[in-house]
Write a new protein. Structure first.
Length: 257
């Protein structure tokens, strides 16, 4: 079992977080899971690869190695609901997004152990990097990078727009920065929405503190923009086109507020 995350140290005030592209399952957990669970259908496929270019622009990058089925790093440790009245996928999920069981028989889940082993180290690192960025640059920027299949009837109706920007209804990021990012998105070839189905999860809400010079944005991408959703294969041509828009969005985000 490798470390629970991989980290690249950058030189700019920007940290890119990729919490859901991890594919690893500890043997003790995998042994209790169903075939549906071990297939990891709800992975944010290839997001770390898509954002690899951010290292070239000086960003730090943290990528979870373990699957979100081990523990969901974008949920609070107390598993409080993120979206009132909507289905919660859970801190330590028991089902796939489409309702299939992840565990067989009477498997038990030690949530506290998973928090200690996987959740806390990731968030301790995020906190440390953001504090270091703010100490060095006077402000810190967190871009929480996600993706999801374009259609998931159990979570949302219809087909998801490609660019889903979340700022916790304006609370996690200075308006000047979020407006700049949104303007780029709306001028791009892709459909874009702001604070719609995805307003930002725990990471965006917890760390985004504009008054303390820490600004956070979550971007949830519809996977059809850069991959084949049926085969889960990365599409280099689509990804290259999407990265052009991501570069411009991040350039807008990294302007001092």
């Amino acid at each position: 079992m490798t470390d629970c995350y991989s980290f690249h140290q950058g030189t700019s005030p920007l940290l890119v977080s990729v919490p859901h592209d991890g594919r690893e399952l500890p043997e003790s957990i995998a042994a209790t899971m169903t075939d549906a669970g071990k297939a990891l259908p709800d992975t944010d496929w290839h997001v770390a690869r898509l954002y690899e270019f951010t290292k070239e622009i000086g960003a730090s990058m943290i990528v979870a190695n373990c699957s979100r089925y081990v523990v969901d790093l974008n949920r609070p440790a107390d598993d409080a609901s993120m979206y009132e009245g909507q289905r919660s996928t859970g801190l330590c999920p028991l089902q796939t997004f489409d309702g299939r069981d992840l565990y067989s028989g009477d498997a038990s889940i030690d949530i506290e152990d998973r928090l200690i082993r996987y959740w806390r180290p990731y968030h301790d690192k995020v906190q440390h990097v953001l504090e270091a960025c703010r100490d060095t640059h006077g402000y810190a920027l967190l871009w929480d990078a996600h993706s999801i299949t374009s259609r998931m009837p159990t979570l949302f109706e219809g087909e998801l727009p490609i660019l889903n920007i979340g700022t916790y209804d304006g609370r996690s990021c200075a308006t000047s920065l979020s407006d700049a990012v949104v303007n780029v998105a709306q001028e791009s070839p892709y459909d874009a929405v702001v604070n719609a189905r995805f307003k930002g999860g725990h990471t965006t809400r917890h760390y985004g503190r504009p008054a303390q010079s820490v600004h956070a944005i979550q971007l949830e991408l519809a996977q059809r923009a850069y991959m084949n959703e049926q085969t889960r294969q990365y599409d280099d041509e689509k990804a290259s086109q999407l990265r052009d828009t991501l570069r411009r969005m991040l350039a807008a985000f990294t302007m001092p507020a």
